[in-house]
Write a protein that binds this ligand. Structure first.
Ligand code: GDD
Ligand code: MN
Length: 411
């Protein structure tokens, strides 16, 4: 069912130079999960599993979770076979290798999310399966993470001691560009926010919904765990020597889209932090400001039209002024008051219809109310008018908030 199997017997694939004892992850009570997304890594997976296993002390409870997207080269089968070899080794009885095989190629970030969701460790490490992220860095990452003042550790190419080997100029430039975009666009201070090699404490993502936004999972985690304490440890990224990168020109567009989504997410989080009363009043204030601007638009448009077309009956100019001001009110409220940036033609048309409907309803309510107050309660006309305008505009605001822009009334 797969084209080729590059199965190299494990004894031939073992890395020759074993790490020294001090380069191993120190034993601790915390359980470790290493998430390894793979797509067509048949030539790397066996050596990767072995190298990772060798960095783990025999006293560390750990699991490696390979998340494979049904690679046509048989990565998942090879990994499963080798997982048995590893569990048969006597000194590795605290290491468990788990293979998640997904039905199709759903992408790197969603593979990471799948791995993270099924991980049972307290400390999670995410890394590539092609040796670009050298396993011997794992101990220093875990050590940094075990400091009590650290929640996320980023293995970094862009701090002192870090570097990149084997990337063409273009790819380096794109990576630097992506880094700057994340730093300026999302206010992230991490030096290598687009690293794919990172670790974190499981509990910092408790209650956080990961959506696999874009190719760079770390970015989403950094944005959604604002306030988490981040440390960076240097490492040298080495471009893969076997297999193919899945990076293509679409990745850059995908990246920009992801940053935009994360930016909106961050913004809505900041707004959520404010008190409901403040947000409600701020929206009402914007709604009435738009209403006032509508009066001006109405007046200017009507006069302009009658000046441009003097032969037209003045009531037609007035009607046109009303239509124009209703339209400008609608768009200003959509964009500014209710911060709704979705411009689907059908949805926007429906919203516009509702908006006009509620405005007309407001006018009718106002008329009826003035009439009732003057006739039934013998109120002075100016006072009645104020009350009627106030009632109609409050009604207008609440109806549009709830039904046109689909928000909760008190929010
Ligand atoms: N399950 C799964 N599904 N794994 C995938 C998929 C996918 O759709 N696409 C890629 N992978 C796996 C690869 O097998 C590899 O282990 C890892 O994800 C990274 O993929 P590469 O194709 O080797 O990516 P790269 O080297 O071009 O890009 C890397 O660049 C970053 C540095 O800026 C990224 O993958 C980052 O992780 C890395 O930090
Ligand atoms: Mn790679």
């Amino acid at each position: 069912m797969f084209n080729q199997i590059f199965y190299i017997p494990p004894d031939k694939q073992r890395v020759v130079d074993l790490p020294r004892q001090e380069e191993m992850v120190k034993p601790s009570k915390a359980k470790l999960s290493i998430v390894l997304p793979t797509y067509n890594e048949s030539q790397n997976i066996v050596r990767m599993l072995d190298s990772i296993a060798e960095t783990l002390s025999p006293y560390t409870t750990a699991e490696i979770i390979v998340v494979d997207d049904n690679s046509p080269d048989g990565t998942a089968e090879i990994a499963s076979l080798h997982a048995k070899n590893i569990s048969n080794r006597k000194n590795n009885n605290k290491l468990h290798v788990e293979i998640i095989r997904r039905e199709g190629k759903f992408g790197l970030s969603s593979a990471i999310v799948a791995g993270v969701e099924s991980a049972t460790g307290d400390l999670l490490v995410v890394m590539d399966g092609d040796f670009s992220h050298p396993p011997h860095v794992i101990p220093s990452i875990i050590e940094a993470l075990q400091d009590s003042d650290c929640d996320i550790v980023v293995a970094s190419r862009y701090i002192k001691g870090g570097s990149i080997i084997g990337w063409p100029f273009k790819r380096r430039l794109m990576s630097k560009g992506a880094t700057k975009i994340a730093q300026y666009g999302l206010g992230i201070e991490v030096k290598d926010p687009v690293s794919g090699f990172f670790a974190f404490r499981r509990d910092i993502i408790d209650g956080v919904k990961l959506d696999a936004i874009g190719y760079k999972m770390l970015l989403e985690i950094l944005v959604k765990t604002k306030g988490a304490r981040v440390k960076e440890v240097p490492y040298t990224f080495t471009n893969r020597s076997v297999g193919k990168s899945k990076f293509d020109k679409w990745v850059m567009f995908d990246y920009l889209r992801a940053v935009m989504r994360l930016y909106r997410y961050g913004k809505s989080m900041r707004q959520k932090e404010r008190r409901t009363s403040v947000r409600f009043l701020s929206k009402a204030g914007r709604f009435y400001t738009v209403g006032a601007s509508g009066l001006l638009v109405n007046y200017v448009a009507s006069l302009l039209f009658s000046a441009l077309a003097p032969n037209i009956w003045y009531l037609y100019s007035t009607i046109l002024g009303i239509l124009i001001s209703m339209t400008s009110n609608f768009f200003l409220n959509k964009l500014w008051t209710f911060e709704d940036r979705e411009f689907n033609v059908k949805e926007t048309g429906i919203q516009f219809g509702k908006f006009i409907g509620f405005s007309s309803l407001g006018a009718i309510i106002q008329l009826l109310l003035v009439y009732a107050l003057v006739e039934n309660y013998n109120m002075e006309y100016p006072l009645s008018l104020i009350l009627a305008v106030a009632a109609a505009s409050v009604g207008n605001f609440l109806l549009n908030k709830k039904w046109t822009f689909k928000e909760k009334i008190w929010s």
